[in-house]
Every structure is written in structure tokens, then in C-alpha cells.
Ligand binder design. Structure first.
Ligand SMILES: *Cc1c(COP(=O)(O)O)cnc(C)c1O
Length: 381
């Protein structure tokens, strides 16, 4: 009997170009932050059409530094979604602020814009929306709320490369945007992240803060001697990206459009083919609106037990995942902030039904068909 092929949920899209680029950095003996990082930052900023890109060690670090640079700290409140990875809220805790969750929209799975204003208090300083799966939040509406209440808009764009909202790339809309290059993201450097902003002053401080607050230029402006000297001009963190990572990032950026075309093609096959199963609700994707990055393909199971469904697919060698367990259901968030079951009913309802199907550029069309057919088989039994 023929072995059933295994369809992995996600795989990084790496080939000889990354291996060659990383080897070159290793051979150069300059392996930490250097010329490749600057090159990667420039190329990334250019792709998005944004003024500044600051490379860091992760998206979590990017979110943390974005909160620090905008002066958010102890006693402040930051509005975000419970339907996200813990990193989003974790970064808020790093600065001693409180993550204030607002329930999600049942269609888009993004933060419910309608519910934000009633969560704003005199302590609210920022909003961190998350573009779930790569579908953009309503940035126009978020900007209006932020302007009205004098809040900072820091978007978690971990899924949102390349996402467009009204023609602009995500990363060129919010005050500060945070991207992730973690192993399973649309482009990867193994671990890594990027902050983008059009604010010159923030960009300059972020560049210094991400590496111990050290400013070499500050000293050299005063003296040509003593190249070993430096000044420390701001609070510092060890959040720099290495040239090894940046070399890989440059290759991934070159392939970004190609990988996106493949994700888009497979998402469209799923959109069409899954229509034949009434038990499955495909992801929200309005015709002609925006550009979805298709980081995740999240379906909602209308009948039956979600866990059983995922398990049955697994037995058929189809690897799925679930995004996300709402943060307010976790022990830590309940103990630390007093959240409890029932606080965000839409996020909870959605969580019970969601399944993320395999979606990555390494799949073939026949892999996608196999996933669709196997779903049919599992639904029948
Ligand atoms: C992956 C992810 C992060 C964290 O990214 P890292 O680069 O691993 O720090 C943050 N937010 C969301 C929504 C993510 O999916």
C-alpha cells in the first residue's frame, strides 16, 4: 500500500540562496550587527514605502521598544485583542502597563472597532491591533479613534507581510509597526523582527535603544580620535539583529512577492473548493478589498467537535493548527489581571470552532487538493 503523504502545517521557504548568503557572512568573519543589517533595513523600508525600518531580535522586542519609545509605562493601559499570541500582551507587561482586552469581530477575527471606545479610560495610552492571519484591521477607523483620544497606534504586524489596506502597505500606516521573522512567519530569519515608522525622532532613538543605548556617532562627532569610545545616550536593550539573520532576511525579501503569490493561489483554491462543504465557513475575504497576506488560512467548523476534526486530519497525515487560545483563558492572565471565562464571548465562541489549514509556499496544488479531499472524507465519517 502506498504511504499517505504527510502535509505539514507550515514550513520555511529556504533554498540555496539563503544558504549561500549566510555562508558569505560567516566567511566574512563579521557575524553580528553590521552592513547586512543596514542593507536589510533599507530594502525592507523601501519595499513598504516607509521612511524607517529598525531591525531587532524579534517581534516581541519590536513591540516592547515601540512602547518604550512612546513613553508608555507603569500604570498605563494599552488596548489590545485577546485573540492573539501571548507576545502581544507580554510586551505590554514588559513596560509595566496593563493589557486591556477588547473582544473581536466574529467575521474578521480582528479587534472589534465598535467596542474600543467604551474600553478607553484616562489611563489608556495606546492601541495594539493585530492583523490576524494577514487580513488588515480597519486602520482608518483606528487612526480616527487614536487621534480623538490622543493614543499611540502600534500595530502588531507579525502576520501582515505583505498586507495592504486601501493601497498602503501595513507598516506604513500606524505610528509604529512590528513585524516578525520567526521560523513560521511569511518571511523568516529564524528569529528576528522589524519596527517600521515614519517618525524620524523615534527611529533614531530605537536604533540606539536596540543595542544597549550605545551611540558611537555621538562621540565621533566631537573627536576623530579614540574609535573605541562611545556614549550611552538612552536606556538600552540587547535586541539587535545579526548580519547572519539579515543576510537570510534579504533573500526572503527578494522572494516575498513570489511566496505571496503562492499563498494567494492556494487560499483561492481553498476558498473555491471548500464551498462544497456546508459545515465549513471559510475566512472572511471581501471581494477586491485590501491585500490579504494569507499567513494563516483559518476556517470555522460549523458543526461537530473541533478537536476531533483536527485529530482525524492528523491521522490522515494532514497537519493543522488552532489560532488562538484567547489570552484571557490562560491561568497567568486570569491571576495577573483578573480576567475570567466569559469576558470576551466572541473570542471564546470563535476559538471553539477555528482550524488553521496547511498554507505555505512549499505546498503544491495537488497537496492543497489532497487537504480538501481529506476534509471531505473526515466530514463524512
Ligand atoms: C509570532 C507572533 C508574535 C511574536 O513574534 P516573535 O518574532 O516570535 O517575537 C507576535 N504577535 C503575533 C500575532 C505573532 O503571531
Amino acid at each position: 500500500m502506498k504511504e499517505k503523504p504527510f502535509i505539514p502545517f507550515s514550513r520555511p521557504w529556504i533554498d540555496e540562496t539563503e544558504i549561500e548568503a549566510v555562508s558569505q557572512v560567516l566567511e566574512s568573519k563579521w557575524i553580528s550587527t553590521g552592513a547586512r543589517v543596514r542593507e536589510f533595513e533599507r530594502a525592507f523600508a523601501e519595499y513598504l514605502g516607509v521612511k524607517h525600518a529598525i531591525a531587532v531580535s524579534s517581534c516581541t522586542a519590536a513591540l516592547h521598544l515601540s512602547l518604550v519609545v512612546t513613553g508608555i509605562g507603569v500604570g498605563d493601559e494599552v488596548i489590545t485583542t485577546p485573540y492573539t499570541f501571548t507576545a502581544t500582551a507580554e510586551a505590554i507587561r514588559y513596560v509595566g502597563a496593563k493589557p486591556v482586552f477588547v473582544d473581536i469581530n466574529a467575521e474578521t477575527l480582528n479587534i472589534d472597532i465598535e467596542k474600543i471606545e467604551s474600553a478607553i479610560t484616562s489611563r489608556t495610552e495606546a492601541i495594539i491591533p493585530v492583523h490576524i492571519a494577514g487580513f488588515p484591521c480597519d486602520m482608518g477607523a483606528l487612526q480616527r479613534i487614536c487621534q480623538k483620544h490622543n493614543l499611540v497606534l502600534i500595530d502588531d504586524a507579525a502576520h501582515a507581510i505583505p498586507t495592504r489596506y486601501n493601497g498602503s502597505f501595513v507598516g506604513n500606516i500606524g505610528d509604529l509597526s512590528s513585524f516578525s521573522f520567526y521560523a513560521n512567519k511569511n518571511m523568516t530569519t529564524g528569529e528576528g523582527g522589524m519596527i517600521t515608522t515614519n517618525d524620524d525622532a523615534h527611529a533614531e532613538t530605537l536604533r540606539t535603544m536596540r543595542l544597549h543605548g550605545i551611540d558611537k556617532d555621538a562621540w565621533s562627532r566631537q573627536s576623530k580620535r579614540s574609535i573605541w569610545r562611545y556614549d550611552i545616550t538612552s536606556e538600552g536593550y540587547k535586541y539587535n539583529m545579526t548580519d547572519i539573520q539579515a543576510a537570510m532576511g534579504l533573500c526572503q525579501l527578494m522572494k516575498l512577492n513570489k511566496q505571496h503569490e503562492r499563498r494567494q493561489k492556494y487560499a483561492e483554491i481553498y476558498n473555491t473548493e471548500l464551498q462544497k462543504y456546508s459545515q465549513i465557513k471559510p475566512p472572511y475575504y471581501p471581494e477586491n478589498a485590501y491585500q490579504h497576506a494569507w499567513h494563516l488560512y483559518i476556517i470555522q467548523l460549523q458543526t461537530g467537535n473541533r478537536d476531533d476534526f483536527v485529530e482525524s486530519l492528523r491521522e490522515e497525515n494532514i497537519e493543522c493548527s488552532v489560532h488562538y487560545i484567547p489570552l484571557h483563558l490562560f491561568d497567568f492572565y486570569q491571576k495577573q489581571y483578573g480576567y475570567s471565562v466569559g469576558d470576551f464571548p466572541i473570542a471564546e465562541e470563535v476559538f471553539e470552532r477555528v482550524v488553521s489549514l496547511p498554507l505555505h509556499p512549499g505546498l503544491s496544488e495537488s497537496d492543497v487538493s489532497l487537504v480538501v479531499d481529506t476534509i471531505g472524507k473526515v466530514l463524512e465519517s
